[in-house]
Design a protein around this ligand. Structure first.
Ligand code: NDP
Length: 278
């Protein structure tokens, strides 16, 4: 008799929109791993008991998304160095006694830029728009790539200031409001605000971008987001959406759980085809 497949879940609230079950199912087919991966909504204020119930059902691991990444960090009994540094957990591995937490967003973004778009971040000046959980999750990985400097600009300037102070030992970080972005052009501009989710354009100065700049929006959509449209209109060298980041961060989680690195480009293409057909 064949053994029942190992169970994994992505948990969040809401969660119905998640593409993670599609991604991990494609990874499992491709690498011939026996596993089942489902989306599970957990009630707000019930994260810890929700996770424990799923553990009792035999869960071997979790991906954690909005709004539970901070609570996942609190729940874990051991943390990777990255998770400890960022204060955020999006990947939990379950053992008999332990909840082991890691964060894969930063590696997902860097892998997408490097492997899928051939972008070397070394000595680059980076502008990051936004100062939420996703920015905290990716900042350390930019410094691992030896960027020259990072400027964080956020609508609520105090959050940009807090992040720049928290990570100041990693390298050169400045901050400002969205209205006070320095007038020099940046090599790489990452939109890590959720503005594109509501199709909202940011009011950015044309001086921060030029013909060699690379624009990246963590949000993905069937059509270019308002930010990517703006970057294109300014003549940016490349404009890239966050679909690749989504698949790459999932691939890092999959490798943590299963010890096998899945092929990502074919999965990104499958998701892109589905997105365009929807
Ligand atoms: P948070 O809710 O923690 O932060 C949201 C950020 O967006 C804040 O900095 C907020 O500014 C800013 N913001 C929201 N609306 C506007 C607006 N209209 N104008 C200007 N700024 C705005 O979210 P996360 O950091 O977790 O995620 C950010 C985005 O990245 C989300 O859209 C998420 O979907 C995406 N993401 C994509 C991933 C991928 O794999 N592709 C992975 C992780 C995240 P303020 O502080 O002033 O409120």
């Amino acid at each position: 008799m064949s053994e029942s497949p190992d169970k994994y879940f992505v948990v969040g609230n809401p969660i119905a929109h998640s593409r993670s079950p599609d991604i991990h199912t494609l990874f499992a087919q491709q690498t011939q791993q026996q596993l089942e991966y489902k989306a599970q909504e957990i009630p707000i204020n019930n994260f810890s008991s929700g996770i424990k119930q799923l553990k009792q059902l035999g869960a071997k691991g979790f991906n954690v998304t909005v709004p539970f990444k901070g609570e996942a960090f609190e729940l874990c009994t051991s943390l990777s160095e990255r998770a400890a540094l960022t204060g955020s957990v999006n990947t939990i591995s379950i053992t008999e006694e332990a909840y082991i937490g890691d964060t894969t967003d930063g590696r997902g973004l860097i892998n997408d830029l490097q492997s899928n778009h051939n972008i070397d971040l070394k000595a680059k000046a980076v502008l990051i728009l936004g100062a939420g959980g996703a920015v905290a999750g990716v900042l350390p990985d930019f410094f691992v790539q030896h960027v020259t400097s990072i400027h964080i600009a956020n609508r609520t300037v105090s959050k940009a200031e807090a992040l720049s102070q928290r990570f100041s030992e990693l390298g050169e970080i400045q901050f400002s409001s969205m209205d006070d972005i320095p007038s020099n052009a940046f090599d790489v501009i990452i939109n890590a605000t959720s503005a594109s989710l509501s199709n909202t354009a940011l009011n950015l100065p044309a001086t921060c971008i030029n013909a060699s700049s690379i624009a990246y929006d963590m949000v993905y959509a069937a059509k270019p987001t308002p930010f990517l449209q703006w970057a294109k209109n300014q003549g940016a060298a490349l404009s890239i959406d966050g679909l690749g980041m989504l698949v790459e961060q999932a691939a890092v989680s999959f490798e943590i759980w299963r010890g096998v690195k899945p092929e990502t480009q074919i999965v990104i293409q499958a998701l892109r085809d589905k997105l365009l057909a929807s």
